[in-house]
Write a protein that binds this ligand. Structure first.
Ligand code: AMP
Ligand code: ZN
Ligand code: FE
Ligand code: FE
Length: 279
């Protein structure tokens, strides 16, 4: 059986509700799934309820943007329940950091002649975790650009003219707070981490010492060779090799639930290993 351990809903920047994601996972023939919205657990209760109703196994999760020694990366933390706790209590600050940064981006856009407001951005969101994708949608809604991708390419990309960093946890904080909350941390889509191989090895040493549990080997951005390489790396380091589609809804990227761009296979052993490590 297959699973999908990386999915985004309307609680952050996905286009589909948590319930709809569960339906899509069932339609894809999956036996297990995780919800991993950016910086929020707001979709977890709805997803779990739907998963029970549709008979699919469910793991709660969250995706965090972190840094380690100046290198930015994404971290998936699994097994975090939507109740107060060490990591959970940090999420409100991350959402507040988003709101501060969204205001700065909107101001910078205004200076460039793009007349949008924070209210226009909030109108594009259906959950608490609001960011650049919703700013992109507001620019599209006002007719300045054609698509979300175009808005990123023209204006909103990392390091662009209206880019501002936002509050982040360090990778080690995310791992340690995650563990203190009963969860485990996995490095998301390592392909997007830009490090030379000796620095990559050192980073793994550091993060493993802090309690890192896994590597996302199966991701649509990874070609088959990289997926295999990361599976072997995980096995060598006694880390769990996980994976997921990073689905955000068909209106954004061509990543489908369960299959990615067509060739993604996340074995249910990955789901079972995560489920076993958090219970
Ligand atoms: P933020 O969390 O506000 O920094 O926005 C980053 C999020 O925007 C990423 O996690 C992606 O989901 C999304 N994103 C990044 N680049 C693009 C792009 N080129 N097109 C569409 N969405 C993107
Ligand atoms: Zn996203
Ligand atoms: Fe990510
Ligand atoms: Fe993601």
């Amino acid at each position: 059986m297959k699973s999908d351990l990386h999915l985004h809903s309307t609680a952050s920047d996905g286009a589909d509700s948590p319930t709809r994601l569960v339906e899509l996972a069932v339609d894809a023939g999956l036996s297990g799934m995780a919800l991993t919205d950016h910086d929020t657990l707001a979709g977890i209760d709805e997803a779990r309820e739907a998963a029970e109703r549709f008979g699919i196994d469910f793991i709660p999760g969250v995706e965090l943007s972190v840094d380690h020694d100046g290198t930015k990366m994404h971290m998936l933390v699994y097994g975090i329940e939507p109740v107060p706790g060490p990591l959970q209590d940090k999420l409100a600050g991350l959402i507040e950091g988003r709101s501060v940064r969204n205001r700065r981006i909107v101001e910078a856009l205004k200076d460039l002649g793009y007349d949008i407001t924070v209210a226009d951005v909030e109108k594009q969101a259906r959950g608490p975790s609001i960011g650049r994708p919703h700013i992109a949608d507001a620019l599209v809604a006002k007719g300045y650009l054609e698509t979300r991708d175009e808005a990123f390419a023209e204006l909103l990309h990392d390091g662009g003219s209206v880019y501002f960093p936002r509050a982040r946890l360090s990778a080690i904080e995310a791992i340690e707070l995650g563990r203190a909350s009963g969860g485990i941390a996995v490095i998301a889509h390592p392909k997007t981490i830009h490090l030379r191989s000796e620095d990559f090895t050192r980073m793994f040493d550091d993060l493993q010492a802090a309690g890192l549990a896994g590597i996302e080997a199966h991701h649509p951005l990874h070609d088959l060779t990289l997926r295999q390489h990361l599976e072997q790396l995980a096995s060598r380091l006694s880390l769990i090799a996980t994976g997921g589609s990073d689905y955000h809804g068909m209106t954004k990227r061509e990543f489908r639930v369960g299959t990615g761009t067509g060739d993604l296979v996340v074995p249910s052993e990955a789901f079972d290993a995560i489920a076993g490590a958090i219970r």
